[in-house]
Design a protein around this ligand. Structure first.
Ligand SMILES: NC(=O)c1ccc[n+]([C@@H]2O[C@H](COP(=O)([O-])OP(=O)(O)OC[C@H]3O[C@@H](n4cnc5c(N)ncnc54)[C@H](OP(=O)(O)O)[C@@H]3O)[C@@H](O)[C@H]2O)c1
Length: 287
């Protein structure tokens, strides 16, 4: 059991790459006890190699947020080994692209199974002990698109709206138990995310050339290439915000990373919907 209470015991989901890995690495380097998890065996092997550098403070485990047995196994193991979980970083997630009409219902369901119900399942498993200890922190990876929906990304935007809504309710519910709920809301970050969006689009959701949505799809593709080009921040920028959420005595309810993530929520709350629609079409260079 960790003796130093400034050393936090942290469980992070989705550490095979990107924000999850950068956060695991930064938090372990900062002296915390980190349980970095991933769903694929080869990713767990990679994390086990990485963990060797941290003298028993970093650990690797297999956790797929859509597999309740794997959640149970990992959480029970941490509670046995470390005696507690101070912070859960719900990072695992991916983006399902495609036109709302054309994405198959199963693909919509898979999106919510991971980004929303998976996050909920891990949270539900760690909360009873946090509540009874009257201490703990749930840190949820949301996104700027929790405030604004972009075309051809409906399933992903809907899932992040749901993460925000769930987190806001949870924050008030947990306040009497001194358990904090924090939202991390990045704009575009240079990770594997974009690659995974393209992978998930291929197959069932990619608009065929005769799709009525093909021009919009092309316009969105050009737009993503611009925003994930030089406009994107680095995973370490998000990891630093997560570190603040872990270490602050009184964490902020939201941390917004990138200028886009900071100004878009203000635009959305001040401008009329039809004006925002016009701005999106203009950004996408649509007639
Ligand atoms: N990059 C951005 O622009 C951006 C912006 C705002 C918010 N976010 C959010 O930040 C979080 C991290 O994304 P990222 O940018 O770091 O992308 P990433 O590099 O693709 O990392 C996503 C991670 O989630 C994991 N994952 C997916 N499904 C999972 C499941 N069922 N169980 C466990 N792990 C699973 C992936 O594992 P595999 O390697 O096995 O697929 C990967 O480790 C996501 O929630 C994303 O929505 C990203």
């Amino acid at each position: 059991m960790p003796s130093d209470l400034s050393e936090k015991v942290i469980l992070i989901t989705g550490c095979s790459s990107g924000i999850g890995f950068a956060s695991a690495d930064l938090l372990a380097r900062s002296g915390h006890r980190v349980y970095a998890t991933a769903r694929r065996p080869e990713s767990v092997d990679m994390l086990a190699q990485w963990a060797k550098a941290f003298d028993g403070r970093a650990h690797a485990a297999r956790l797929d947020v859509t597999d309740s047995d794997s959640i149970e196994e990992v959480v029970a193991q941490i509670e046995r080994d470390a005696g507690r979980i101070d912070c859960l970083v719900n990072n695992a997630g991916y983006g399902q692209a495609g036109a709302v009409e054309e994405v198959a219902v199963d693909a919509w369901r898979r999106q919510f199974e991971t980004n929303v119900f998976g996050l909920h399942a891990v949270t539900q498993r760690v909360l009873p002990k946090m509540r009874s200890r009257r201490s703990g922190r749930i840190i949820n990876l949301s996104s700027v698109v929790a405030h604004f929906s972009v075309p051809m990304m409906g399933p992903y935007c809907a899932s992040k709206h749901a993460v925000d809504a769930m987190s806001l309710a949870l924050r008030v519910e947990l306040a009497p138990f001194s358990v904090d709920v924090v939202l991390i809301e990045p704009g575009p970050i240079d990770t594997e995310f974009r690659l995974h969006v393209d992978e998930n689009l291929r197959g069932e959701a990619e608009p065929s050339t005769d799709s009525p949505y093909a021009p919009l799809h092309k316009a969105m593709d050009r737009y993503w290439n611009r925003s994930f080009g030089k406009g994107a921040a680095k995973p370490i920028d998000v990891a630093r915000a997560i570190q603040k959420a872990v270490e602050s005595k009184r964490p902020k309810p939201r941390y917004r990373i990138t200028p886009t993530a900071k100004f878009v929520p203000h635009l959305v709350s001040h401008l009329p919907d039809r004006f925002l629609d016009w701005m999106v079409r203009k950004q996408l260079k649509l007639k």
